[in-house]
Design a protein around this ligand. Structure first.
Ligand code: ADP
Length: 479
């Protein structure tokens, strides 16, 4: 049983993330548009005041020009401006412009103006303050700045400017109201987006998990569709591949049962039959009959050994024990094992080599490879009953090939012959019984050695199975 973990669905996660994003965005916008708007506006106003100061001080000795500058700046910056020349008795106004009829600086009396000028001098040149002004019954915040400076003619001047922050406060209040609505609309939008997105993402996943459940039940025709997204398509491809491999494996397993039971039954029937004959018919307990029983028992144990070998190689419990050995001599030893068989069955096995060579490998395993390849070649070779083993040294590689003149293998079968239990025609022809495991043992051993291997085959002409190992020249062997 699979464990079901309680985790929140993708739509809720998406909704959570989108809502968080919306809230963060709104906070940033609110901070700049609402909380800091007055500050930004005020500081830009003060910048404008400073520019006005500079322009005015520059032309302060030219009354006509001064009045024009004051008037222009007053319109440009929407502020009231008064310019005073400081004399010993009191400040004398030399220019002014009124953008707003209710401004505080124009309604200030002489004393208030004198005090403002003094404060500007005391504060080292300029003085800014924010104060509330009552206009038509409502309070308005205004910024007043008094700047003192020495003019172009050497006299002291003070520029007083005033600008209201009123329109901004109204904007801020409107924005604050709107923010509530914007927040609700965006969160609703986030919810809808999350539902739509999660449907788009989840739909292919749900379909795939349905197919996966079918696959788990052994329905290998289950198909996976990605739904048009690269990641989902890749997952679907991987699952389709897994499904096809599982189907292939399942077929091979079924064939195994058929093959193995066939392979086990034949010798068992023989053993039983001969045993019964020897028991029931006097004079049949001959050495020949006993030999049949012994041969069949050998076939059985060969089959069992092959299965064990393959499972060990595949499980990785049988690792190559690397040693340096004489490959040429070892192949010669394999050929000796076939001597009796070839004599009796009139087969000919020839061994061609250009030199003797040593290799670093697991001797027993490599001999098993050669043995399995020769067994197959004897099984499948043509009517001339000949098999050739060749050993060619090229550079630092030695290639061992086993060639027969038999049926050959169709190109479409070649990729599969290395699979477990794969048989091209499913029938054994000769006495050298195969278990359907031979080539997968060869493949397992050669891959565990990191050796290259392959087969070249032409239908009706024969096959050459080959593998390559690293050659070792130690110079001490006999040619
Ligand atoms: P088997 O016991 O059936 O020979 P193997 O794993 O050794 O099992 O070989 C797998 C299949 O590859 C064989 O059933 C046969 O169809 C094909 N095959 C192997 N060697 C040869 C060969 N020398 N010539 C033709 N077909 C071969």
């Amino acid at each position: 049983m699979s464990k079901i973990r309680r985790v929140s669905g993708i739509s809720w996660r998406l909704f959570g993330m989108l809502t968080l994003f919306v809230v963060l965005t709104l906070i940033v916008i609110w901070t700049f548009q609402v909380a800091l708007l007055n500050r930004f506006y005020e500081s830009s106003k003060l910048d404008e005041f400073r520019q006005t100061d500079d322009e005015i001080f520059y032309v302060s000795d030219n009354a006509e020009l001064l009045q024009r500058v004051v008037y222009r700046r007053s319109i440009e910056t929407d502020s009231c401006i008064r310019v005073f020349k400081i004399t010993e008795s009191s400040p004398i106004e030399i220019a002014n412009s009124e953008a707003n009829t209710n401004c505080l600086i124009h309604s200030a009396d002489r004393e208030e103006i004198r005090q403002l000028c003094e404060t500007a001098f005391e504060k080292g040149g300029n003085y800014t303050r924010r104060i509330s002004n009552s206009v038509g019954g409502s309070n308005v915040i205004v910024t007043i700045r008094a700047a003192a400076h020495e003019g172009a003619d050497g006299s002291q001047y003070v520029v007083i400017q005033e600008s209201a922050l009123l329109p901004l406060n109204a904007t801020v209040t409107t924005l604050e109201h709107q923010f509530g609505w914007i927040m609700c609309i965006l969160i609703m939008g986030a919810l809808i987006m999350a539902l739509l997105l999660s449907r788009l993402i989840c739909l292919p996943m749900e379909r795939m998990s349905r197919s996966a459940r079918r696959l788990a039940k052994g329905e290998y025709d289950a198909e996976f569709f990605g739904g048009g997204y690269r990641e989902a398509e890749e997952l679907a491809d991987a699952l389709n591949y897994a499904a096809s491999e599982l189907a292939k494996n399942d077929n091979l397993q079924k064939e195994l049962v058929a093959n193995i039971s066939h392979d086990l039954r034949t010798p068992l029937t023989m053993i039983k039959g001969y045993g019964e004959v020897m028991r029931d018919i006097p004079g049949e307990s001959t050495p020949e009959n006993m030999q049949v029983i012994i041969d069949e028992t050998e076939r059985l144990s060969e089959l069992v050994n092959d299965m064990l070998d393959l499972s060990k190689i595949r499980a990785g419990t049988r690792k190559p024990e690397i040693e340096t050995f004489d490959l040429t001599e070892a192949i010669g030893a394999v050929m000796l094992r076939y001597e009796k068989f070839t004599e009796k069955e009139e087969y000919s096995i020839s061994f061609e080599k250009n030199e003797s060579i040593f290799v670093n490998a697991d001797r027993t395993m490599i001999l098993q490879v050669v043995y399995n390849l020769v067994n197959n070649a004897l099984n499948y070779t043509g009517d001339d009953k000949s098999v050739t083993i060749s050993q060619v040294v090229k550079g630092n590689k030695v290639r061992v090939s086993v060639t027969d003149t038999g049926v050959g293998i169709a190109p479409e079968d070649i990729p599969y012959i290395w699979d477990r239990y794969y048989k091209v025609d499913k029938v054994h022809k000769r006495a050298m019984v195969g278990t359907g495991l031979g080539l997968s043992i060869v493949k397992g051993i050669l891959e565990s050695h990191g050796a290259a291997y392959g087969v070249e085959s032409v239908i009706g002409e024969g096959s050459t199975f080959w593998f390559e190992l690293e050659a070792i020249y130690d110079g001490n062997f006999e040619e």
